[in-house]
Design a protein around this ligand. Structure first.
Ligand SMILES: Cc1cc2nc3c(=O)[nH]c(=O)nc-3n(C[C@H](O)[C@H](O)[C@H](O)COP(=O)(O)O)c2cc1C
Length: 338
């Protein structure tokens, strides 16, 4: 499957269903950070190192699991685009997590591509258990919920059902907001460091703090919460406007936490070249949100696996041209700011 084929067909499907493609571009008010984030990513170019290079090996591990390339979908709990498509197809209204059966098909695509499925979770969702039984390597990112006892229970449940890691998206605790929405939902609430420590202590799994966008938060997450993984992220734009570009903050986060912590990054990633920039600047892996929604709209689970495999190939080709033989051998010397 070709990148443009998936994207163009996805956009056609949205148009045919009367869904405005602007909903793919998150952003809390002005979408400034998505623009600034893209400009920064685009300002980084590569040094070519062709002579003596080989066809690169993109295989790596995250949280102990081998994957074909350091590329996974980002956590997803629901999508209003995919809800609308599902409603139009089935004629039934999608109201709760249990109605979002499309996420089971989404997970099938992830499994087919050998990647790791990340679910956002506000409840113990049977679909997650089922997809794990089918062999999907899974990470659950619990929502920062007002009901903290329930959040803790979901953390412990994630371990019982066989997830490879669990965590929380702290950048949703003051309410997510897309440009055309009021902030919400109400079940989200501020979490203290003590709360996060309690979640961390409720499991032996690697604990991930998602929504890190400063060396300050990275240090606190590791020192006080004992996080074993971080996701540098601005939630695709839904945190606040005018956040610093993720690739600008990433090297500062890596320097703050050293090599012992797994550092993933998301927000604004669209191509394999973007992934190599992130790996060169200190990431262990990159997650894709909006692009996966579009790929799913296009071809369901096959769109997910097709897009992931396309990104693996793009990464491999760019690594080969820049003389990076393996993921471990990538460093920042290949990056040349314009
Ligand atoms: C439809 C959709 C649902 C999402 N749900 C969650 C979620 O439940 N938990 C979470 O941590 N992030 C969630 N996110 C944010 C993504 O995990 C990720 O941070 C963001 O999409 C990355 O930016 P990108 O869309 O530019 O790739 C969601 C994003 C989308 C597009």
């Amino acid at each position: 499957m070709h990148y443009d084929q998936i994207v163009e067909h996805g956009l056609e499907v949205l148009k045919g269903a009367g869904i405005d493609a602007k909903f793919l571009n998150l952003g809390s008010e002005t979408q400034s950070q998505n623009r600034i984030n893209r400009q920064y990513t685009d300002s980084l170019t590569f040094e070519m190192r062709i002579l003596g290079s080989v066809v690169s090996d993109t295989r790596t591990k995250i949280f102990g699991v081998e994957i074909p390339a350091p590329i996974t979908p980002a956590p997803i709990i629901s999508s209003r685009i995919l809800d609308r498509l599902a409603e139009q197809e089935s004629g039934m209204s999608v109201k709760s997590s249990a109605d979002r059966v499309y996420l089971e098909e989404y997970a099938r695509g992830v499994r087919e591509a050998g990647s790791v499925m990340w679910w956002g979770a506000d409840s113990k969702n049977e679909m997650i258990e089922r997809t794990i039984k089918q062999g999907t390597k899974t990470i659950v990112i619990v929502k920062p919920m007002r009901d903290k006892a329930k959040a803790k229970e979901i953390v412990a449940w994630a371990e019982r059902i066989g997830c490879i890691a669990v965590g929380m998206d702290i950048d949703a605790m003051y309410f997510e907001k897309a440009f055309d929405e009021d902030e919400g939902p109400d079940y989200l609430a501020q979490q203290t460091i003590e709360d996060l420590k309690r979640y961390r202590e409720a499991t032996k799994l690697p604990f991930i703090v998602k929504g890190i966008l400063s060396a300050h938060d990275a240090e606190v997450a590791v020192r006080e919460i004992s996080a074993s993984g971080l996701v540098v992220s601005m939630h695709g734009g839904e945190a606040i406007d005018y956040t610093a570009p993720v690739l600008k903050v990433l090297p500062e986060v890596r320097a703050a936490v050293g090599e012992g912590v797994e550092v993933l990054v998301d927000s604004g990633f669209r191509r394999g070249t973007d992934v190599l920039k992130a790996l060169a600047l200190g990431a262990d892996g990159v997650c894709f949100g909006s692009l996966m929604v579009l790929a799913f709209a296009a071809y369901k689970g096959d769109g997910i696996s097709g897009m992931l495999k396309t990104l693996y190939r793009e990464l491999q080709r760019t690594m080969s041209y820049t003389g990076c033989k393996s993921i471990d051998s990538i460093d920042k010397s290949i990056i040349r700011p314009v």
